[in-house]
Design a protein around this ligand. Structure first.
Ligand SMILES: *Cc1c(COP(=O)(O)O)cnc(C)c1O
Length: 454
């Protein structure tokens, strides 16, 4: 299977090349040339399989011939050694909790698989990688945890000292080994700029630099799996069921996994894409005009404060259009088909808080701000159909982080302190390893040259 660039100006590449490159040379994003189809009967059989076995059956279709079946099975089994709870809320409505991984965020699903696949290809080719990542919180910890202890990969994470919560910081700094964490007195954008400069510095070309950000195809493919899993486990075998998913969205990686699953044959009635006040996508779907939000708005669902979702180029491509990395549309997508399959809603902070309160008081369901945006988006969509139809509709809303990662809002609204999941317990007392560096490129470059032996 080959992967093409959404900008259409780069050569198609194999999965492993796309994985190790990240972004295409023409700054586009890699997409599969042909989307593999999964027969309905096979999807039904997933009902009796554990998560890792479903993941194996789906992911192998993208890696045709590039990795042995047995080896892939071992990698997948090792990556997905935690629960994926489907929590009943009311009628046929569920919350899928993607928060049981080591950093209690859905980003673990993608990062753990990507790390293991990279390690596999690097070992085979006897190569090493130095991953550089800037983080404002969740990405850095998921990536650091996913790559922790892998032999052929060194990882350096830069974070703005004052913009990361103590809990998020400790998820990165208490690891050690091949994970190095640099703290800067800077903003997230400054950290990001240092990383970008390093990638284009001719003095560093001898270092095998790579990134692990959300545009990597290695993160997208694993994010198709939980949609199949949820449908197979919850469908009514007596009905020809089609499901509604609601996905709280920022950079649209999670949602792209779902839309790809639908194109692979998952019977989906509608995808609800729920954003916070950063409503560039709902506006685009409605009007066909795309306007980024610059700078992005600060909302309480902070991991979704994105004014130009990097994965949108992939969605536009799936519907026959071309959008470049800056958000300029070179060929319009088929908006009518998109509207048939996708519903978009923008949820304000006020609605988010009201939803956290209502879900808990009415159903005993505990949501954090991101999951609440998803649930509110679902309620918004269900209003478009008659009540009796809405009642019978199978719906799953994604909860992308554990409530204990965002205790401040929950305490304010519900007056309870969410219990820590086992993966975060004890973390407050572990030793931290932090390297302080100055916020200037020369200091960062010197650090890389002195400490990296490749
Ligand atoms: C990253 C993140 C999101 C947004 O996911 P995208 O794939 O960027 O749309 C939502 N919720 C949480 C908790 C996240 O960390």
């Amino acid at each position: 299977m080959k992967f093409f660039s959404t900008n259409l100006k780069a050569e198609p590449v194999s999965f492993s090349q796309a994985l190790l490159k990240g972004q295409a040379p023409d700054r586009g994003l890699y997409m599969p040339e042909k989307i593999p189809l999964i027969p309905l009967q096979e999807i039904y059989r997933y009902a009796r399989m554990p998560y890792y076995e479903i993941a194996y059956n789906i992911i192998r279709r993208f890696l045709e011939g590039e990795i042995g079946d047995q080896e892939l099975f071992e990698l997948v089994k090792d990556a997905y050694d935690y629960d994926v709870p489907l929590e009943h809320v009311c009628e046929r409505k569920y919350i899928m909790r993607l928060d049981q991984g080591p950093t209690a965020s859905f980003k673990d699903f993608a990062a753990r698989m990507m790390g293991r696949l990279m390690q596999y290809y690097l070992k085979r080719e006897n190569k090493k990688l130095l991953i550089l990542t800037a983080t404002s919180g969740d990405t850095g910890s998921a990536v650091a945890n996913a790559f922790y202890g892998l032999d052929n990969i060194e990882i350096v994470v830069l974070f703005p000292r004052d913009e990361v919560t103590p809990r998020q910081r400790k998820q990165m700094t208490t690891l050690g080994k091949n994970v190095r964490i640099l703290a800067l007195d800077a903003k997230f954008d400054d950290c990001q700029a240092l990383v970008k400069q390093a990638f284009s510095d001719p003095d560093l070309t001898h270092l095998p630099l790579s990134s692990a950000n959300s545009i990597n195809i290695g993160r997208l493919v694993p994010q198709t799996v939980y949609y199949f899993y949820a449908f197979a486990k919850l469908r009514d075998p007596g009905l020809v069921d089609r499901i509604v998913f609601s996905v709280p969205s920022g950079n649209f990686g999670d949602m792209m996994g779902g839309v790809l699953a639908m194109k692979m044959g998952l019977p989906v009635r509608k995808f609800v894409i729920a954003t916070n006040a950063n409503d560039e996508f709902p506006n685009y779907l409605c009007s066909g005009h795309y306007n980024k939000i610059e700078p992005s708005l600060n909302c309480i669902s902070s991991a979704m404060n994105v004014g130009h979702p990097s994965n949108l180029a992939r969605l536009v491509s799936l519907y026959g259009g071309v959008m470049d990395e800056k958000g300029v549309i070179h060929k319009p997508a088929d908006l009518e088909s998109m509207k048939k399959e996708i519903w978009a809603a923008s949820i304000s902070d006020t609605q988010t808080r009201e939803t956290i309160a209502a879900a808990y008081l009415k159903y005993g369901t505990l949501l954090e701000p991101h999951g609440a945006v998803g649930w509110a988006g679902l309620m918004d969509y269900l209003q478009t159909m008659p009540e009796s139809e809405a009642e019978n509709q199978l719906c799953i809303s994604l909860e992308t982080a554990h409530p204990a990662k965002f205790p401040e809002e929950i305490e304010k609204i519900l007056n309870i302190d969410p219990e820590l999941p086992p993966s975060l317990e004890g973390i407050d007392h572990l030793q931290e390893h932090i390297i302080d560096i100055d916020n200037n490129y020369e200091a960062f470059k010197e650090y890389l040259l002195l400490t990296s032996n490749f």
